[in-house]
Design a protein around this ligand. Structure first.
Ligand code: GDP
Length: 176
């Protein structure tokens, strides 16, 4: 039998947001360093595991993907249970995915009532390799008003992807 790798912290991180914004692609870029232009949304993975080192600690991350469930416009409570970090993803080329963020934030609040401060939230504007419609300033302002961190990324070109996970982990570690 294989020996389980030891670790100091176990973090559950979630990817949340409208269908096709690139949640699976961000996860797969980070965990496997792969990208597929024609990713099949139906082939959903529940979660992937990644070990990282931060601040001299070994961190085991379980990164959860919605496996297409967001198409029903709501995720199950078991998806949210025990999460320390939530990445809210929108597509910078599709403003409706940005407008729907308030709906996703409401759902996050439902599953972490009054505990918003304990859950690290990071807003991710994905697909910056394409022609953007949602501006940086717009998203920055929104993130600030909702107490979220903010980063732009491209799962396709890799820009910003590693930083997304590093910032979330760092912020969780910094939490009192
Ligand atoms: P999900 O439904 O939110 O998990 O989105 P997917 O990861 O399945 O991505 C939806 C589509 O967008 C796929 O065809 C991906 O190849 C594409 N995609 C994802 N991220 C990017 C990106 O950063 N840039 C570009 N150009 N396409 C992307």
């Amino acid at each position: 039998t294989r020996q389980a790798e030891p670790y100091d912290h176990l973090f559950k991180l979630l990817l949340v947001g409208d269908a096709a914004v690139g949640k699976s692609s961000i996860m797969l870029r980070f965990t496997d360093d792969t990208f597929d232009d024609h990713l099949q949304s139906t082939i959903g993975v529940d979660f992937k595991v990644k070990m990282v080192d931060a601040g001299g600690k070994r961190i085991k991350m379980t990164i959860w993907d919605t496996a297409g469930q967001e198409r029903f416009r709501t995720l199950t409570s078991s998806y949210y249970r025990g999460a320390q970090g939530i990445m809210l993803v929108y597509d910078v080329t599709r403003p409706e995915t940005f407008d729907n963020l308030s709906k996703w934030l409401e759902e996050v609040e439902t599953y972490h009532p009054g505990r918003g401060r304990e859950v690290v939230k990071l807003l991710v504007g994905n697909k910056v390799d394409k022609e953007r419609v949602v501006t940086r300033a717009q998203a920055e302002e929104y993130a600030r008003s909702k107490g979220m961190l903010f980063l732009e990324a491209s799962a396709k070109t890799k820009v910003g992807v590693k930083q997304v996970f590093e910032e979330v982990v760092q912020k969780i570690l910094d939490n009192p």
